[in-house]
Design a protein around this ligand. Structure first.
Ligand code: PLP
Length: 423
């Protein structure tokens, strides 16, 4: 056995991992020409201009086709996509929204910005929302009016389980697909299984224009409210969708419209999505299979649909938090990127929730006289508590060459042996 780098050996990789920008890593002349085309057309706004390229519209049509959803709407960010989703479902003051205990802070913070409050649901072995705990939370609290299921780092949630529970309680489901654009679950594009799906195209996501987002849905009423909320309450291009708009009245909206620059870049990035996913998926499968063969005792993050992972991460579960942090240090010493997920703890530990810190006066929106009072200090999601500190993520990008995968597998195996035997 080789001496691992943490113990003074030569790192198995001589160079650092490429930075984790799966979409941006493949940006090039296509995106450059597309954005230059918008500047030259002097028409950067999606709805009118002097020489329209209709790039946002083109992107939406492509996204509708790729996702097989009925409707797509481009917006300014993943957070905007979640906000538009919540408002399209009429979520606001006096409502609670179920979110998973382990997710990026935006998933829960946007609920507060929408005027509602998050209720944390435990995770299962996939580190995504646990349908059984969702069932418990919904049965205990009829003030929960929506669920946000988050597909963390390319692994789909147990959507059959989540949809079954949500349907039973007649609570709509938002899928947060910010980290997982292109992930599928039983052949369906994640984001199209629940009532509405929210995507991010920020720099770290699988395709990107720096800042951007989208929502997809099959429901015309939800879609019309999404469009109106994102465009000051108005609904342009009605004829494009064939929606009879009398059924939903207008209301006070916001502006989350995507610019033509972002749209032009997203058209080019979306063309690359299949390449990005197929490369990452191939790397992911080789690493997972290699590890499973060499280390039968190793616990890998549970994957509900092995054919559907986007492949942008491999995650392993160590026996203790101490072993996990040594594992991370040792892998980084081999120039193999590894990290815990978000502070290695459930999100409700964050002081924003512990101390109910919104930007508003008088404790809004936490001040609502709920029947079932909120108390984040008593929140306990035992599996999240137990798993989050022991879970180690290895990010996979689209630009790792094939020949570098074998040394990565070997590196992980030797580090795993070394930290367990102390040699
Ligand atoms: C990135 C992310 C968001 C927010 O997306 P932005 O485009 O940065 O606003 C929301 N949820 C999850 C899970 C994310 O990873």
């Amino acid at each position: 056995m080789r001496t691992i780098a943490l113990h003074g050996g030569t790192p198995i990789r001589s160079e650092k991992f490429p930075p984790y920008y799966p979409g941006a890593n493949l940006m090039g002349k296509e995106e450059a020409e597309a954005s230059a085309g918008i500047a030259l057309s002097q028409s950067p706004f999606r709805y009118y201009g002097v020489d329209m390229k209709y790039k946002v519209r083109q992107f939406e049509d492509m996204f509708t086709e790729v996702s097989a959803a009925r409707f797509s709407l481009a917006v300014t960010s993943g957070t905007a996509a979640l906000m538009v989703s919540l408002k399209a479902l009429r979520i606001g003051y006096g409502d609670k929204v179920a979110v998973p205990a382990c997710t990026f802070i935006a998933t829960a913070a946007v609920v507060i910005a929408a005027g509602a409050v998050p209720v944390f649901v435990d995770v299962d072995e996939s580190l995504n929302m646990d349908p059984l705990d969702l069932h418990t939370k919904l049965s205990e609290d009829d003030e929960i009016r929506a669920v946000i299921a988050v597909h963390i780092l390319g692994y789909p949630c147990d959507m059959d389980g989540i949809m079954k529970v949500a349907c039973h309680y007649q609570v709509p489901v938002i899928e947060d697909v910010a980290q997982s654009c292109g992930t599928t679950y039983k052949g369906r594009f994640c984001g199209t299984i629940g009532d509405i799906g929210a995507f991010s195209f920020q720099m770290n996501k699988l395709i990107t224009c720096g800042e951007g987002g989208a929502v997809v849905t099959n429901d015309p009423d939800i879609f019309e409210r999404a469009v109106r909320y994102h465009d000051h309450g108005g609904f342009r291009d009605k004829e494009r969708y064939g929606i009879d708009s009398e059924c939903v009245f207008a209301f006070a909206g916001q502006n989350y419209r995507m610019s033509e620059f972002a749209g032009a870049v997203m058209v080019e990035q979306l063309k690359k999505l299949e390449t990005i996913i197929s490369r990452m998926r191939a790397h992911h499968d080789r690493i997972v299979n290699g590890l499973a063969q060499a280390l039968p005792g190793l616990t890998l993050r549970k994957l509900y649909d092995p054919a559907g992972a986007a492949g942008c991460s491999v995650a392993v579960v160590l026996d203790s938090a101490a072993l996990a942090s040594t594992f991370i240090k040792a892998l980084n010493a081999e120039n193999i990127n590894a990290m815990p997920l978000y502070d290695a703890r459930p999100l409700y530990h964050n002081e924003i929730f512990q101390q109910r810190k919104s930007v508003e006066k008088n404790g809004f929106p936490f001040c609502y006289p709920f029947k079932h009072p909120l108390d984040y200090s008593n929140v306990l999601c035992p599996r999240a508590e137990h798993l989050a500190p022991r879970m180690v993520f290895i990010p996979i990008t689209s630009v790792i060459p094939d020949h570098e995968i074998e040394p990565i597998i070997e590196g992980i195996i030797s580090v795993y042996h070394a930290i367990h035997t102390g040699k």
